[in-house]
Write a protein that binds this ligand. Structure first.
Ligand code: DAH
Length: 345
């Protein structure tokens, strides 16, 4: 009796070939389920005579294994056909995709500036953000009583030290000193980096921002070289026809010193809110490296001369992208940062 049933079901199992998930589930319930055929057969088996048990036992186990193996192999096969659906994933679904990030606007601007000066043979140098008094002030010819040396303007970290008080650098001009101390001219370098000042945070001021310092020291470097270099830079960055003008200014580390304006990038000189209706916007400070600075760094000021300049990257980015609030640069708001995607390459 039992043997007949097994023979009959074995034929049925062998003939079963569908990988359809629903039918396969029916198959599982029918044969392998808790109320299925195999359970029934094993129940019946308990009642057969001991002699029969000896021969049937093996047959029964083989039958059970056959049903299980069939179910497993059809399930796997079906899973593959359906893109792994039964394995918990559906490979036919479209991929999830991932968003391509965007470069930070300040990084974009920094790179653009560096590339322009690269063409003129300027390399890139960096220095520490935690700086001593010598590199940030004294070597740069800052007088003892200069307001930048006041707690109100500078974040001091530690009093005293081999090279004076330790502070967060207030400008990247400190990197000039480090560069000149460690070699002899010619120097032609760009020094980008973050700087810190003790300012209340607002749309127009921040306690940290970014600068790019430029330095060119060699024999017979003149103010004409400075003007031509910066003129070229402006044409490259803002397009040909952008005008520049130099206004006399003062910095302890340059003599003479100047501030450079460009014709307003928005109104092209006609007058608008950005340029406060003057037609001009200031973009950097510059000048001829003061001979005292050269000497402080161990460079013969009779033989060598040089020019230097320094600009705020945020300022350049503001002009380029018309960003009105400085705080946006450091808030990491994805809605803001996403807008610079098109500028990515
Ligand atoms: N260090 C100046 C500042 O933070 C910027 C500057 C002006 C740098 C003139 C220079 C320079 O190298 O020659 O405002």
């Amino acid at each position: 009796m039992l043997q007949e049933k097994i023979t009959q079901y074995t034929a049925e199992i062998n003939a079963f070939t569908t990988t359809n998930a629903d039918e396969l589930e029916q198959f599982r319930i029918k044969f392998l389920g808790t109320k299925g055929i195999i359970k029934d057969i094993f129940d019946e088996f308990k009642a057969v005579s001991p002699e029969e048990k000896r021969t049937l036992g093996k047959v029964l186990n083989e039958f059970k294994q056959l049903a299980e193996a069939k179910y497993q192999s059809l399930k796997e096969e079906g899973g593959q056909d359906q893109g792994g659906k039964d394995a918990g994933m559906d490979l036919t679904l479209p991929g999830e995709g991932f968003e391509v990030g965007a470069r930070h606007p300040l990084a974009l601007v920094r790179r653009e500036i560096v590339e322009i000066f690269n063409k003129l043979g300027f390399s890139v140098a960096e220095g520490p953000e935690i700086e001593d008094d010598w590199h940030n002030f004294s070597a740069l010819n800052f007088p003892e009583e200069h307001p930048a040396r006041d707690m109100q303007d500078t974040f001091f970290i530690k009093k005293g030290g081999e090279k004076g008080d330790i502070a967060l650098r207030t400008h990247t001009s400190s990197v000039q000193v480090r560069m000149m101390e460690h070699g002899q001219p010619p120097f032609r370098a760009l020094m980008p980096g973050r700087v810190y000042r003790n300012e209340a945070i607002s749309a127009r001021a921040h306690c940290f921002f970014h600068q790019i310092e430029g330095l060119y020291v060699d024999e017979k470097v003149s103010f004409a070289d400075l003007k031509q270099t910066l003129f070229y830079f402006v044409q490259e960055l803002y397009g040909e026809g952008t005008k520049v003008r130099f206004r006399p200014s003062y910095f302890p580390f340059t003599e003479p010193s100047a501030e450079m304006d460009i014709s307003c990038t928005i109104c092209k000189g006609d007058g608008c809110q950005l340029c406060k209706h003057s037609g001009w916007v200031e973009i950097l400070g510059c000048g001829m490296v003061d001979p005292n600075v050269l000497e402080n760094c161990g460079i013969d000021s009779k033989k060598y001369s040089g020019f230097a300049f320094g600009m705020g990257i945020e300022r350049i980015a503001n002009l380029k992208f018309e960003i009105k609030d400085l705080r946006l640069f450091s808030e990491n708001d994805v809605r803001f940062l996403k807008q610079f995607k098109s500028a990515l390459i």
